[in-house]
Write a protein that binds this ligand. Structure first.
Ligand SMILES: [Zn+2]
Ligand SMILES: [Zn+2]
Length: 306
């Protein structure tokens, strides 16, 4: 099920927040939910272009900032103590190299302006050619969830193809090697990419999905938010309860020539997850539904992680 619904925990929490806003709408007898009111206000101040381009940049920057801040506090302070047991690869990056950390932040901010922004503008015009759905009407929740689900699978096909190409011996050392400097990942590792990788593996596959499906701008906002959250969790180095598992992509950083996709489905089809399926990482690739860590549930065999 993980290979189809790997991103489901994030959507589950988003759906829960939406349900809570619905309850408040009923309690206070409002005509609209808080999200619809925020959207209406946004329409007063921003046009379609700003909503798409700046909206996506603001949402991805703010969500990255807060998640990065939380995981980095865990890494640099080694506190709170109870979080340590959720570390995927204990005794690594404790604490992380702070110079490298700052360098990654500076480089990713720089490529945000000079790579991400122009690429998102290009996607906007691609979407405009396809026809952007009326921004005055918000899509319903079923439409948003189904579009995001299809988008995740389209993204997986493109991202798997691009990622395998980036591992080609003639290309790897020029672009993707930078991302693999983190063998044991921390949250900031997700941002540690060459600008071309950010463009072709990070942004363009998302854009192709939005253009193909003629995504509503609000749906693109939600999808980009879920993608940022999933990418940060995947690289965080922590397997926290009730959130998605980082095991699948963590194994890619550890073993290098397997697990290229995001969901895992493409790796299953092309059998590039063979080694992973016999490893303890696969058994630990679950959504924790209690406060026991995966290392407590599935201890290392003879102190050795296979
Ligand atoms: Zn790789
Ligand atoms: Zn990675």
């Amino acid at each position: 099920m993980q290979i189809i619904f790997r991103t489901a925990p994030v959507y589950f929490w988003m759906f829960t927040i939406w349900c809570i806003s619905k309850v408040f709408q009923c309690i206070y007898k409002q005509e609209k939910t808080v999200w619809e009111l925020i959207w209406d206000q946004s329409l007063i101040y921003f046009d379609e272009y700003n909503l798409f381009v700046d909206g996506i940049l603001i949402i991805s920057s703010i969500s990255t900032f807060w998640l990065l801040a939380m995981y980095s506090i865990f890494d640099f302070t080694q506190k709170p103590a109870f979080i340590r047991k959720y570390k995927v690869n204990p005794n690594t990056n404790e604490p992380p190299d702070h110079r490298k950390f700052i360098k990654v932040l500076v480089c990713s901010t720089f490529s945000g302006f000079f790579v991400a922004r122009p690429a998102i503008i290009l996607i906007y015009f691609g979407l405009k050619v396809r026809g952007i759905p009326d921004i005055r009407v918000l899509p319903n929740i079923q439409n948003v969830l189904i579009t995001c689900f299809i988008n995740d699978h389209l993204l997986d096909i493109v991202a798997y193809t691009v990622h395998r190409l980036l591992h080609h011996r003639l290309i790897y050392k020029h672009i993707h090697k930078k991302h693999h400097e983190y063998k044991s990942t921390i949250a900031v590792a997700g941002l540690h990419t060459h600008p071309l990788e950010q463009l072709f593996l990070g942004i363009m596959p998302l854009g192709l999905g939005y253009i193909t499906l003629r995504c509503h701008i609000a749906t693109a906002w939600i999808h980009i938010l879920s993608s940022v959250i999933n990418s940060t969790i995947t690289h965080s180095g922590y397997h926290l309860p009730f959130l998605g598992s980082p095991a699948f992509h963590d194994y890619h950083h550890v073993k290098f020539d397997c697990n290229y996709s995001i969901l895992g489905l493409m790796d299953r089809i092309f059998r590039t997850d063979k080694a992973y399926r016999n490893s303890i990482y696969e058994r630990r690739d679950i959504v924790l539904m209690s406060f026991e860590s995966t290392r407590e549930l599935y201890p290392d065999v003879n102190d050795k992680v296979l």
